[in-house]
Design a protein around this ligand. Structure first.
Ligand code: PMP
Length: 405
């Protein structure tokens, strides 16, 4: 058997999509024009497929902070903080994150993926239990592979299912860590956090909330779902990313646990990789300041979310259960999804594609990532193009038919 034979099934789908000119994984942005526009295939295109929720990847203050940091401290750190030392800006960012959440400690990582991978796999080990929502992000699933803890899945957003799993483990001496997400990345739905935290506390378990898509989006200060639900003091660990609302790249974990700092010399994803470069740290600090000081961006984001969600819902599309900056449009099959994605790109709108196995319940979907940077015209334009494709292709009629059946 050849080295690549295990990927034969995937190869067939990859080749078919490529030959049909439908390659969502191969989009090239020739030029970025703003937080909401790019030149793709030589054409001016509205980008509704990046998670630049507050538009901060193009914020003037963030850009200037990054430029100044490069001039001051160079382009890269060229090593890990454990081996080569921290830059004082790493520590400043960590202090600002901790105080933003009202927690004692913060640790930053080179990506959000590594934050989940590192924190989860270091917190639990042999004899422990990791309880994860079935729709968890790949970084959480991959953390399961890196730890000797037993992984136990519970039904998506189902506190009763979590309760049943924890009841079954009641006699087990190991620690139990429950992991959920604030907003789920494929369907944009939110965790029923109050019910989940109640179950976690009743069973003496710990809870980690991944707020990758909810930081900057939910809560009065923009901390995420735990803040919105008044549960920040009940949550043991919050993980997040700099690659969405903060417009950069990187990840973090905050916690008030006294011994949290030991993770700096135990967590492999933190220890054995180069630390965040100066430009990224500086732009992230500036972006965090914007999140704190300009709540009106959050209000604008939600205005855009409701505008798109209501337009598509009214037209009969099948959407994720609650409005959120991820507006997921579930379609009948992979072929319709890819055809609609291609048609939208040809008409000047870039959205994401979600296909199995990356999606829950084998859904084929288009994922629109709404931003505060979008104008009403851009949002309306996308909705109109989706509806016109849905009608012309028969996809909307089929959805109406299956809703009645
Ligand atoms: N958690 C969730 C829920 C995500 O959706 C993502 C990325 N899409 C990550 C973690 C990883 O974040 P990053 O892009 O910073 O690696």
């Amino acid at each position: 058997m050849g080295l690549f034979d295990t990927h034969a099934g995937l190869s067939a789908r990859y080749d078919a999509a490529r030959s049909a000119g439908q390659m969502p994984t191969g989009v090239i942005m020739d030029q970025l024009l703003s937080a909401s526009e790019a030149i793709i295939n030589g054409k001016r295109t509205i980008t509704v497929g990046t998670h630049n929720y507050l538009g901060l990847a193009f914020d003037e203050a963030c850009i200037e902070a990054a430029i100044a940091a490069v001039r001051r401290e160079g382009t890269g750190t060229c090593g890990s903080r454990v081996a080569n030392g921290s830059f004082s800006e790493h520590l400043a960012l960590e202090q600002e994150l901790a105080s933003f959440y009202g927690m004692r400690h913060a640790m930053v990582f080179s990506t959000g993926y590594q934050a989940n991978l590192g924190i989860i796999s270091t917190l639990v080990g042999a004899g422990d239990f990791l309880l994860l929502d079935a729709d968890s992000h790949a970084s959480i699933y991959d953390a399961c592979k890196q730890t000797q803890a037993s992984a136990v899945r519970f039904k998506h957003n189902d506190a009763a299912s979590l309760d049943a799993r924890l009841r079954r483990l009641a006699g087990e001496p190991g620690n139990k860590l429950v992991v959920v997400e604030g907003i789920y990345s494929m369907l944009g739905d939110m965790a029923p956090l109050k019910a989940i935290v109640e179950v976690v506390k009743r069973h003496g378990a710990y809870i980690l909330v991944d707020e990758a898509h909810s930081m900057g989006v939910l809560g009065e200060r923009g901390c995420g779902l735990a803040e919105q639900e008044g549960l920040l003091d009940q949550v043991d660990f919050v993980v997040g990313t700099f690659s969405k609302s903060l417009g950069a790249v990187g990840g973090y974990c905050v916690s008030s646990h006294e011994q949290f700092d030991i993770l700096r010399v135990a967590c492999r994803a933190y220890m054995f990789t180069a630390s965040l470069p100066p430009a990224t740290v500086a732009s992230t600090r500036a972006a965090l300041k914007v999140v704190r000081e300009r709540p009106q961006l959050r209000a604008k984001l939600w205005e855009n979310v409701h505008r798109l969600y209501n337009a598509l819902d009214g037209a009969g599309f099948q959407l994720g259960s609650t409005p959120s900056p991820i507006v997921a449009v579930c379609l009948q099959d992979e072929a319709t999804t890819l055809a609609m994605w291609r048609a939208l790109l040809d008409r000047g709108y870039y959205v994401n594609v979600g296909l199995p196995p990356a999606t829950p319940s084998g859904e084929s979907l288009l994922r629109c990532a709404v931003s505060a940077a979008h104008s009403q015209d851009q949002i309306d334009g996308l909705a109109n193009q989706m509806i016109s494709f849905g009608q012309a292709s028969g996809a909307l009629q089929k959805l109406r038919g299956s809703a009645k059946a």
